[in-house]
Design a binder for this molecule. Structure first.
Ligand code: ZN
Ligand code: ZN
Length: 444
């Protein structure tokens, strides 16, 4: 509730004065409601607070106001408290954020104000899951064990993750095995960073059933690349056919493994140049043989230029009509060095099960989020509709989610350090994010 302290400023901007100390005394549920359906909202007085036994006024302001008047679209409902709560019913007409302000005796100063988001059915049936799809353990050039990295991901508020060590799939399985059969809500999926021998392009393989790196040692790889090269027509100058063919072959194998293939950090500056030649970037965007584009991640504060270029490239491709699913990833090489938690993906999926996460990413239901140290707010990148909605979720839902995850992450870290009692704690903590979501989303 502490974050409500930040709301009066926004409320003031909408012409609603809110008395600062009263705000945390009340809670509004649900926060996410279905579009254009009559929905009950409950304003509950919290312990130590109460509504006066008078008629209250609840005003509902749409964020996207209509031209011609700054109060157009505002709904006013009069209601008396019952059992310590105000209950109203409202039909939210547009997919957007609403401010709900409650007034008692003073019609100018709100007792409290809240945010509600109405979404169409395709989004309403989904929940937000935060994940990191690209990071390393001490089995490649990271610092910690797979189990430790996984536990720390939960502490950082991840709902799902994969380890993606360079050339290696086995460490991701080690992370899964470390928590097998334990009461842990973090979903740990397989992964690897794939480095085809004939190209400098880095590809993340997230979630598939077998190692693609291992296939490069088999004759099938060279044969496959030669076949692809032979089949390619019209090759522009500056493009190396073998490099492109190696990408296509690896991306196809990731698909065969059932994984999500991610085109990684094209504007990473390495050896005094960008990681991927411009002609190859252009060809990959034109053909889109990958499932998702790593639009942000993996860069220190002094390397913002790489992310800026990747973001600009994304919006330019989208402006051309190209649909490009995105992910944000830490590409962390040690969870205590930064990066982990700075960049991540919020996927809107029916569940955190692998198939749902994979399908949601491929279907463009994901945004990449940048959450840099000391930044006042996180910054999502992706389709405009999702950026708006996820901005609301990051502000109104994720703080409570993150507090639950942090506690579970501490118990997971204790378990990794050998504390067997941590299993009892984990059992007691299991299922809490699902319960939070059940409370904050309107019933279907
Ligand atoms: Zn890489
Ligand atoms: Zn990496």
């Amino acid at each position: 509730m502490a974050k409500l302290a930040g709301l009066p400023i926004a409320a003031m901007a909408m012409g609603v004065a809110v008395s600062a100390q009263a705000a945390p005394a009340f809670e509004l549920t649900p926060k996410v409601v279905p579009l254009a359906r009559e929905t009950s909202l409950t304003l509950q007085a919290q312990p130590g607070a109460r509504f006066e036994e008078i008629e209250h006024e609840v005003r509902i302001y749409p964020m996207e106001w209509r031209a011609g008047s700054d109060v157009a679209g505002v709904t006013t409902v009069k209601v008396r408290p019952e059992g310590g709560a105000l209950r109203i019913s409202h039909r939210f007409a547009d997919e957007q954020e609403y401010l709900v302000a409650v007034f008692g005796n003073d019609p100018k100063t709100a007792l409290a104000s809240f945010r509600v988001y109405a979404v169409a059915d395709d989004l309403f049936s989904r929940r937000p899951y935060r994940g990191d799809l690209h990071q390393h353990s001490h089995h490649s050039d990271g610092k910690e064990s797979p189990a430790y990295v996984a536990a720390y991901n939960r502490k950082l508020g991840m709902d799902f993750m994969a380890l993606t060590d360079h050339h290696k799939y086995a460490p991701s399985l080690e992370a899964i095995k470390a928590f097998e059969g334990l009461p842990v809500d973090l979903r740990i999926f397989p992964g690897e960073e794939v480095h085809p021998p004939d190209t400098g392009v880095h590809i993340v393989h997230f979630g598939g059933k077998f190692s693609v790196n291992d296939l490069f040692k088999t004759p099938a790889y060279q044969e496959g690349v030669e076949q692809i090269v032979a089949s390619l027509k019209e090759f522009p100058a500056g493009l190396n056919p073998k490099s492109y063919a190696a990408c296509l072959w690896a991306l196809e194998k990731i698909r065969e493994a059932g994984g999500v293939s991610i085109f990684c950090h094209p504007y990473w500056i390495t050896g005094n140049r960008y990681n991927v030649p411009e002609a190859l970037i252009t060809r990959l965007f034109a053909e889109k043989p990958f499932d998702a584009y790593e639009v942000i991640g993996g860069y220190w504060l002094h390397q913002t230029e790489s992310n800026a270029l990747q973001v600009a490239r994304y919006y330019e491709e989208v402006a051309k009509g190209n649909r490009v699913p995105v992910v944000g990833v830490s590409d962390g090489h040690g969870v205590h060095r930064g990066l982990n938690g700075w960049y991540y993906t919020v996927v809107l999926a029916p569940s955190p099960d692998y198939a749902d996460i994979r399908d949601a990413i491929r279907a463009d239901y994901a945004v990449a989020v940048e959450s840099l140290p000391n930044a006042p707010a996180a910054r999502p990148y992706g389709p405009f509709r999702l950026v708006k909605y996820v901005s609301f979720l990051l502000r109104e839902v994720f703080p409570a989610h993150d507090a639950l995850c942090a506690e579970e992450g501490d118990a997971m870290l204790a378990y990794v350090a050998g504390d067997q009692d941590a299993v009892t704690r984990l059992k007691a903590l299991q299922g809490r994010v699902a319960q939070l979501y059940a409370r904050l989303w309107a019933r279907e």
